[in-house]
Design a protein around this ligand. Structure first.
Ligand code: HEM
Length: 190
């Protein structure tokens, strides 16, 4: 079990170390805050999509081992989303609450990003054994929010992008495929 968890944990830290190194070297391009916002947003979404791919891998290919790290991968998504939000609150908006509220109300891509974050927060808070035991069947229902968070995260990206839609559309295609694989006909039991 450890054999799976440690390498995945270390791999999850690579983007963070890479960004920290860039900050230390002052090598994040002409707009470091924008760079950090984009990189953390991207990694939040990537980890979320990887997490959502674990169950189809088990159902279709019979790979059970990745299930051991599903929770950790989901928590990495939450971790990078939290960094993304903190960078925005602190380095971008400089804790200017009135401006942030205006952004949340007037910029749909921020509203949608906040909703996605709240979903990830609910998932992270209930990702422990205690919540699983106490919520019973409702735990699975609640954790379907992961699909909602991914959909809103992608919508957030599509909405904010000005020119190059390629990457958000690639994320959308991956998400669409993962949704298709959830259909009963695509299942191989389980
Ligand atoms: C309150 C919550 C959030 C806020 C305020 C927020 C804010 C932002 C901002 C300001 C940008 C850059 C916009 C620009 O440069 O024009 C951005 C980009 C992005 N955000 Fe968020 N975001 C939030 C939540 C999320 C969440 C939960 C996810 C993922 C699940 C996410 C994924 C992304 C992605 C993928 C990008 C674009 C990255 C790129 O351009 O490469 N965001 N967000």
């Amino acid at each position: 079990m450890r054999l799976w968890k440690l390498p995945v944990f270390l791999a999850g830290l690579v983007p963070l170390l890479w960004l920290a190194w860039g900050v230390y070297q002052e090598d994040l391009g002409p707009n470091p805050v924008e760079y950090l916002t984009h990189a953390t947003g991207d990694w939040a979404l990537r980890f979320l999509l990887i997490t959502l791919a674990i169950t189809p891998l088990r159902r279709l290919a019979g790979w059970r081992k990745p299930m051991l790290v599903r929770r950790m991968l989901g928590l990495f998504s939450f971790f990078y989303a939290s960094l993304h939000l903190i960078i925005w609150l602190w380095l971008d908006r400089e804790w200017y609450w009135a401006g942030m509220l205006e952004d949340v109300l007037k910029r749909p891509y921020i509203t949608v990003g906040l909703l996605a974050f709240i979903m990830l927060l609910a998932l992270a808070l209930t990702s422990n054994a205690f919540s699983m035991r106490h919520l019973g069947k409702n735990w699975q229902r609640l954790h379907r929010l992961a699909y909602g968070a991914a959909a809103l995260g992608i919508l957030h990206y599509i909405w904010l992008v000005k020119a190059d839609l390629l990457l958000p559309l690639i994320y959308l295609a991956i998400f669409g495929l993962l949704m298709l694989l959830r259909l009963p006909g695509a299942r191989r039991g389980g």
